[in-house]
Design a protein around this ligand. Structure first.
Ligand code: SF4
Length: 93
């Protein structure tokens, strides 16, 4: 079971919102630390909801449609699955 795209407050609803996330990453605004990024990357990499992409930055989460390369880097982002797969990471810190 998972959150529908329209229910996820952190997921982009428009191309403009998706582009804004990519710009934040490019500018280095609101990024997670290296350890959190590594953990998120590993979690998404093993997740059945990760869609394949020709290159890493083009892989997307099938639940929210976000580009994982940007999503995993932004501190404000949340995993849309229920239960959220990233919360287990935060609870183990
Ligand atoms: S954000 Fe969550 S549901 Fe989406 S690919 Fe990553 S771990 Fe899976």
């Amino acid at each position: 079971m998972h959150t529908a795209v329209s229910d996820c407050a952190n997921c982009p609803k428009t191309v403009v919102q998706a582009a804004a996330k990519l710009v934040k990453v490019a500018l280095g605004v609101g990024l997670v630390d290296a350890e959190t990024l590594k953990e998120r990357d590993a979690t998404c990499g093993a997740c059945p909801h990760l869609l394949p992409g020709a290159v890493r930055m083009l892989r997307k989460c099938e639940l929210c449609g976000c580009f994982i390369g940007a999503k995993t880097r932004l501190a404000e982002e949340r995993c849309p699955d229920q239960p959220p797969r990233w919360e287990a990471l935060a609870q183990n810190k």
